[in-house]
Design a protein around this ligand. Sequence first.
Ligand code: FAD
Length: 291
Amino acid sequence: MYTMRPAEFDYRHPATLAEAVSMLTELEEARPLAGGHSLLPMMKLRLSTPEALVDLGGIAGLDGIAEDDGGLRIGALATHASVADSELVQARCPVLAETAALIGDLQVRNRGTIGGSVAHADPAADYPTLLKALGAVISAVGRDGEREIAVDEFFIDVFTTALQPGELVLSVRVPSTPTGTGAVYVKHRHPASSYAVVGVAAVVSVEEAACTRAQLTIGGAVRTPVHATAAAEALLGVSGSEEEITDAAGRVAESLPDALGDLYASAEYRVHLATVLAKRACLAAFERASS
Ligand code: FAD
């Protein structure tokens, strides 16, 4: 039975990271709270029943966006709106700002955070697909200290990540992209929520009119974002003509043997969408890389 009221929970409001980590370690069934735009709906549906919420909102310095070794470091509490509006992100990694601007609606973007999005690991979320294509690294902190987790090791299954119980996302590091690289994210959005029915990120590097590096990552179609390896390999050496890209995108299905089907979109439709969107993303990424 659906209900709009969460089960009872204790509410904690730490002022420092150390306090938050010790609360999450010591309290039974405690969950961190960031923007609340995924956790609270799940609690209202009683799909999640934490005994305590540890609100990260009072911890200073977790929402910064800074240059990091030519790339970017985005604090876990940076909202989707602040990433979309950041001039630094727009300059260093335009696709990240563009993707943030595609998330949900204004209200969701003003509250939802990058740390909450990656920790939640919703298969229909946008950041996980893009961050996997970009080779991001997640910094986390727990009772055993800080560690870095490569994005390819981070997303394990639906709503499941490599984070240990009580461990917090501190920041997301996006590496610098070499000159001659174009990155694009496109999605087919669910009309009610804007979540990605399927989302595709393409990152290509072009030198002397030939593709030297390609990454194509698909989200929403399977349980976690996946690299469409055969399709990306088919892009290597090509000049980026529509015919070459259509052929490469035709190989996306090889990476989606376990495509998801639900009431909104069958597995076959998701594979079709992934193929169409991969073509669009690659065409646009080649154009960017060559401009
Ligand atoms: P919360 O809801 O606070 O937390 C989510 C989960 O992450 C919880 O398990 C929480 O314990 C954990 N958590 C939070 N922060 C941390 C941290 N720093 N370290 C460890 N664990 C943490 N998303 C999209 O990608 N695309 C969309 O189009 C989209 N549309 C949406 C439409 C609606 C109507 C709504 C309500 C949400 C939508 N979302 C969409 C989800 C939105 O982006 C959420 O904001 C995001 O998924 C979770 O971020 P949050 O800060 O709200 O996290």
